[in-house]
Structure formats: structure tokens, C-alpha cells
Design a protein around this ligand. Structure first.
Ligand code: PXL
Length: 272
């Protein structure tokens, strides 16, 4: 049984954060573990409150896993502040974990801050050099690079800059490129650029897409596949989860974490 650890915040609404990560790990048949960085009071309408954990509480959770169970891959989501980032980076280094996916979560859909501004330099200094994969959306890539990203050329330049921060593989996600009828995720491995393209789904039910995508990459890396294969499968997983809508809540609803497996089962039965 392969194992994956999510170091992230709790979304009481169940669509993003730790909840999305554990559901995704389960669907991809990887044993999921978690270290909570913060508890958010949240629903599909927005974030009502954020209660961060102490950096020590986060480190202790990681230590509990590192000292006994170990993990085949780890992802970070909402980290909230510089102290937590430093503690998490130290533990990842100490346990010598290599399959590290960093989802540089900054702002929730409604605009609530999930990462303090002054923590961005800590992210670059301590965590990015340990990352096998980073999965920013366009606004996050803009903050990390200081660039404005409009064209495909800008995306490639941003990916190169992020690579130069010490990240081994960069995925700049295209979900926020809303004037395009495709969603193009760009992978850069320091050598080659690859586009993963899917049809854009017109929907407001996209809460937790970033968490779900990076969790799927993490689960696949835990199984030992290449970064290219992990990203490719994660793209299919999130596309299914967005297309097969659940319609939960009055605002930005969660994606459907069952959809990918359901599709595969229908394919096995020869129905689709
Ligand atoms: O999708 C980013 C994200 C990550 N982690 C937590 C969140 C959110 C978005 O709302 O609540 C805990």
C-alpha cells in the first residue's frame, strides 16, 4: 500500500484543503495521512474564519508520521505563515522526502487570504528548493515571479523563473485563463515544455480544483510513476471531477471526487 501525506488546511465545506486531498488519495487507491496547518470555517459562499495551528503543532504531526509510518509522497497546501513554512521545510528535509508537491495556495475564491504576504519569501527560500513539483495557478505564478502573465510565452517564462528557484518541475495551470475555451496546463521540467489541454467547462462549481489536482499528482507520484504521467492522470482526474457536477451549496460548489473512478468503471463495463 502506497502512502501520501497532505500538509494543509481544513475546509469545513469538504471541497478543498485536507478534505479534498484525502478524498482524492482514497479514489486513487493511496493511503492518505494529514498534518493540519489551519482550520477554516468555510462553505461554498466563502471563508468565514481562519484559525491557524502553531508551527510546533504542525511539526509534531509531521514528526508522528515520519517516526512511524513514513510516506511515499507529500503535498503542501495552505501553509498560512512563515513559521509554519520553515517548520514544514525542516521536517521534509529531515525525513529526506523527495516526492514533494507544493501547491502554493494563497487566496481562496472569495478573496480570503490563506497565506500571509510576508510568508511568500519564506516559501521561496525554504520550501521551493525541496519541491519536485509546484502547481501554481496564473495569479499565484504572478505573485511568485513578479510577472504579469497573459500569453503562452509569458507562461513559459514564468515556468522558467520558478524552475530557477530550485523546483524540479513546474506546472502553471490554465484554469484562470477564462477567455480561452480550453484549459491549458503547462509542464516544464527544466528541459522541455508540455501542454496538457482540456475543454473548459462553464461552471461555478470549481471550489477545490487546485487542491484536488495537486493531490492527484501526489497520489500518482506515491505509486512511483513519472512526473509527466502523474500530471497527465491528475489532469484527467480533475477534468472528470469538474464535468460530473454535484451542485452542492449556493456558491462555488465542490468538484466531484468520485467522477474519475465512476468513468473508469463505466469504461470497464463497456458502457462509455
Ligand atoms: O483551494 C485553495 C484552498 C486550500 N486550502 C484550504 C482552502 C482553500 C480554498 O478555499 O480553504 C483549506
Amino acid at each position: 500500500m502506497k502512502k501520501a501525506l497532505s500538509i494543509a488546511g481544513s475546509d469545513s465545506g469538504g471541497g478543498a484543503g485536507i478534505q479534498a486531498d484525502l478524498k482524492t488519495f482514497q479514489e486513487l487507491e493511496v493511503f492518505g495521512m494529514s498534518a493540519l496547518t489551519a482550520v477554516t470555517a468555510q462553505n461554498t459562499l466563502g471563508v468565514q474564519a481562519v484559525f491557524p495551528m502553531t508551527a510546533d503543532a504542525v511539526s509534531k504531526q509531521i514528526e508522528s508520521i515520519g517516526e512511524d509510518m513514513g510516506t511515499d509522497a507529500v503535498k503542501t497546501g495552505m501553509l498560512f505563515n512563515a513559521e509554519i513554512i520553515k517548520g514544514v521545510s525542516e521536517k521534509i528535509e529531515y525525513y529526506n522526502w523527495k516526492n514533494v508537491v507544493v501547491d502554493p495556495v494563497m487566496i481562496a475564491k472569495g478573496g480570503a487570504s490563506l497565506l500571509q504576504l510576508e510568508a511568500i519569501s519564506a516559501l521561496k527560500q525554504y520550501l521551493l528548493p525541496l519541491a519536485l513539483v509546484i502547481t501554481p495557478n496564473i495569479p499565484e505564478a504572478e505573485v511568485l515571479t513578479g510577472m504579469i502573465i497573459r500569453s503562452d510565452e509569458d507562461k513559459r517564462e514564468a515556468a522558467k523563473m520558478l524552475y530557477d528557484f530550485g523546483v524540479k518541475n513546474v506546472v502553471v495551470k490554465g484554469g484562470h485563463d477564462e477567455d480561452r475555451d480550453e484549459s491549458v496546463d503547462l509542464l516544464y521540467d527544466g528541459n522541455e515544455f508540455t501542454n496538457f489541454t482540456s475543454i473548459r467547462v462553464q461552471t461555478k462549481n470549481t471550489h477545490g480544483t487546485g487542491c484536488t489536482f495537486s493531490a492527484a499528482v501526489t497520489a500518482e507520484l506515491a505509486k512511483g510513476v513519472s512526473v509527466y504521467e502523474a500530471v497527465s492522470k491528475a489532469k484527467s482526474f480533475i477534468q472528470a471531477a469538474i464535468e460530473d457536477q454535484l451542485h452542492i451549496g449556493q456558491g462555488h460548489g465542490p468538484t466531484n471526487h468520485w467522477a474519475y473512478q465512476k468513468r473508469n468503471e463505466l469504461k470497464r463495463q463497456g458502457i462509455v
